[in-house]
Design a protein around this ligand. Structure first.
Ligand SMILES: NC(=O)c1ccc[n+]([C@@H]2O[C@H](COP(=O)([O-])OP(=O)(O)OC[C@H]3O[C@@H](n4cnc5c(N)ncnc54)[C@H](OP(=O)(O)O)[C@@H]3O)[C@@H](O)[C@H]2O)c1
Length: 369
C-alpha cells in the first residue's frame, strides 16, 4: 500500500489565455488513513476535458489546486465503504492524482445533485461515481470505459435517442465531428442508417472524419460560404443538428434546417477553443450558454424544430440501457472508440496544453495503469 500520492496542481496563471506545461506543478502528499465510509482508489486513467482552460480562467480550478471535478477511471484497492469492493473499477471525480480517497456519500463536485433513481443505481450520492459492471470491465480497457461508456458516449447516445428515431431518410449534421462526443454521435447516426455530414476545422480533419467514421461528407467550417457548402453537402436539407460547438455556428445551421427538424445542443467548444477566452459574466441559462440565442429560439419556433438541451446526468438512471446498446454497437463493429491516450502521469501538463494546440481526435486521456 502506498504511503504517498502525487497530484498535479494549477500553480502559474495563464499568459494571454495560453496553457502551457509550466502552468502546473506536481506535489507529493501523504495518503490519509481511511475513515469509515471511505475507499482508496488507484487511478488508472484521467480524462482531459475541453473545458479545463475555461475553468482555469474562471477560477473554477483555483490557483494552488488540482481539478477536483476531473473524471477518472480507478481501481478500488482498500475500502471501508460498503458501496465499493476491493478490485472494483469505478468512474469517479478523482482530481489530477494517481491515488484518491472516495466516498459513496460524497455528492458530485461542480454539478447539481443526482436524482434519487441515479443514486439508487450507483449506490452513491454522485451521478459521476459508480462501479462499472464486471462484464464491461472484462470486455473493455479503461480508455474505452471512460470514452464510450463515459460522459462522451452517454451524451452521444442519449442525444441521438432523444432526437430520434434517427431514420435512414434523415440527414444528420454533426458539429465537432472529430471531437469526443461528436465522433461517437456521428457513428451512432450512421449505424441508424442516416446520411451523416460532419463539420471539422481543416481539410485534413475532414478527410480523417470521412475515412475513419464512415460519414458521407465533411465540411471545413472555417472557410467562406459555409451556409452554401452545407446546402451542397446536404441537398435534401438538415433534419438533425448535433451541436457541441455553440456560438455563431448554431444560428447559421438552424437557419438552414428543415421544418420539423431536431436540434441537439449540448456544448460550447467554440468558446472553449477560442484563441482568446470570452469570460462569461454571471450565470446564463444552459440553452444560451450552448448557443441558443433569442434569435435561434425564434427560428426554432418558426420552423417547428424540436430542441434537446441538457446535461447528460439527467438520463443517468438509464445508464445501463445506454451501456448495453453501446456495447452491442462496439461488438458489431458499427462503433469504434475514438480517443488519444497519452502514457504517463508525468505527461498530464503536456497533455492539457496539447489539447489547445493540436486538438487530437476524440477523447484525450492520460493513462498510467
Ligand atoms: N451536455 C452534456 O452533458 C455534455 C457532456 C459532454 C460534453 N459536453 C460539452 O460538449 C462539448 C464537446 O465536448 P467534447 O468532449 O466532444 O469536446 P472535444 O473532444 O474537445 O471536441 C471539440 C470539438 O469542437 C470543435 N471545435 C472547436 N472550436 C470550434 C468552433 N469554433 N466551431 C466549431 N467546432 C469547433 C473541434 O473541431 P476541430 O478540431 O475540427 O476544429 C473538436 O472536434 C463541450 O462543450 C463539453 O463541455 C456536454
Amino acid at each position: 500500500m502506498p504511503s504517498t500520492f502525487r497530484q498535479w496542481v494549477y500553480v502559474r496563471p495563464m499568459q494571454d489565455d495560453a496553457v502551457d506545461a509550466g502552468c502546473f506543478d506536481m506535489r507529493t502528499m501523504p495518503l490519509p488513513t481511511l475513515a469509515e465510509g471511505q475507499a482508496l482508489v488507484r487511478v488508472r486513467l484521467i480524462n482531459i476535458h475541453s473545458n479545463t482552460r475555461m475553468r482555469m480562467a474562471l477560477g473554477a480550478i483555483p490557483l494552488g489546486n488540482t481539478d477536483s471535478a476531473n473524471y477518472a477511471c480507478a481501481e478500488v484497492i482498500e475500502t471501508r465503504d460498503p458501496s465499493f469492493k476491493v478490485g472494483d473499477v469505478i468512474a469517479c471525480q478523482a482530481g489530477w492524482q494517481d491515488y484518491a480517497v472516495v466516498s459513496s456519500s460524497d455528492a458530485a463536485i461542480g454539478y447539481g445533485p443526482a436524482s434519487a433513481a441515479t443514486k439508487a443505481l450507483n449506490r452513491t450520492n454522485s451521478q459521476w461515481t459508480y462501479a462499472f459492471r464486471p462484464s464491461l470491465v472484462k470486455a473493455w480497457t479503461s480508455d474505452v470505459l471512460m470514452d464510450v461508456f463515459g460522459t462522451s458516449g452517454m451524451t452521444a447516445w442519449f442525444g441521438m435517442r432523444e432526437c430520434g428515431p434517427i431514420l435512414p431518410s434523415d440527414t444528420v449534421l454533426v458539429a465537432g465531428v472529430t471531437g469526443s462526443v461528436g465522433s461517437l454521435a456521428a457513428q451512432i447516426a450512421c449505424a441508424a442508417g442516416a446520411r451523416v455530414v460532419g463539420l471539422a476545422g481543416s481539410p485534413a480533419k475532414c478527410a480523417w472524419a470521412v475515412e475513419t467514421l464512415g460519414i458521407a461528407a465533411c465540411i471545413d467550417y472555417r472557410g467562406e460560404g459555409l451556409a452554401d457548402r452545407i446546402r451542397a453537402a446536404a441537398p435534401s436539407g438538415v433534419d438533425v443538428f448535433s451541436d457541441g460547438a455553440g456560438g455563431d455556428l448554431t444560428g447559421l445551421v438552424v437557419s438552414s434546417m428543415n421544418e420539423g427538424g431536431r436540434l441537439f445542443s449540448y456544448g460550447m467548444t467554440s468558446a472553449f477553443y477560442a484563441s482568446r477566452l470570452n469570460r462569461p459574466t454571471g450565470k446564463r441559462p444552459l440553452r444560451q450558454t450552448f448557443g441558443i440565442s433569442e434569435d435561434v429560439e425564434t427560428l426554432l419556433t418558426q420552423r417547428n424544430i424540436r430542441s434537446e438541451c441538457w446535461i447528460v446526468d439527467s438520463f443517468y438512471d438509464q445508464r445501463l440501457a445506454a451501456e448495453d446498446a453501446l456495447s452491442d454497437l462496439l461488438k458489431s463493429g458499427a462503433l469504434k472508440p475514438v480517443n488519444t491516450v497519452v502514457e504517463g502521469f508525468d505527461k498530464l501538463p503536456e497533455a492539457i496544453a496539447s489539447l489547445y494546440k493540436t486538438q487530437s481526435a476524440g477523447k484525450l486521456q492520460v493513462s498510467f495503469a
